[in-house]
Design a protein around this ligand. Structure first.
Ligand SMILES: [Zn+2]
Length: 201
């Protein structure tokens, strides 16, 4: 079993200040969170950079990803450091993910830029039920959505600044291997947890 923070932004997102080196250093130093997904807004530069820096360590894992802004709301794609071709409609992004063996995750469905209940109309792979920057109430609604759709629930800090890292995590029944992680999430072999360091609200 591994513990992963599956929603992190680096300075390659227009609204984040996290330095890739700081992120890798903190991941390496963290007591039990040993995997991350780097999900910048519309860019894969950050996850490429972070993966490169993490390569020298054997006991950490960086899952490449991206947070895509569709007209209806944000969508996270996990598994590849590649931009989906535009236009970024929900349908197109799901197709891109399928063709590339990636997962689609609905982040913070009930916050600003969230897909909300529209998520029920498409076939996504997982729902972010615990977002470190969302209120308890909003996360509860996301949990209900996961229950209703029968989709696995995952957790990510959605950190944009170093102080926001490592607030929540996903326990995944997998080893530190990208394919195993994606497979385990798809199968629902996941459980979300909070570190108690949650600071956003
Ligand atoms: Zn985000």
């Amino acid at each position: 079993m591994i513990r992963a923070d599956l929603h992190i932004h680096t300075k390659y997102s227009f609204d984040s200040s996290i330095n890739p080196k700081t992120l890798v250093d903190q991941l390496y130093a963290h007591e039990y969170i040993k995997a991350i997904a780097v999900t910048d807004h519309g860019s894969v530069e950050g996850c490429r950079r972070v993966s490169e820096l993490a390569r020298v360590y054997t006991d950490v894992l960086v899952v490449p990803g991206i947070e895509v802004g569709t007209p209806e709301g944000d969508l996270v794609v996990l598994g590849k450091a590649e931009l989906p071709p535009k236009p970024w409609g929900i349908r197109e992004v799901i197709d891109f993910a399928r063709e590339n063996g990636c997962l689609t995750v609905v982040p913070h469905p009930y916050r600003g830029y969230g897909l909300g209940s529209l998520a029920k109309k498409f076939s996504f792979d997982a729902i972010e039920v615990l977002n470190g920057c969302s209120s308890t109430q909003t996360n509860k609604l996301a949990e209900n959505l996961a229950r209703e759709t029968g989709l696995p629930g995952i957790a990510g800090s959605d950190a944009h600044h170093a102080s926001e890292l490592w607030t929540v995590y996903t326990e995944i029944q997998a080893s530190l291997d990208i394919d195993e992680v994606l497979r385990a999430i798809r199968k629902g072999l996941v459980k979300v947890s909070s570190t108690g360091k949650s600071i956003c609200f």
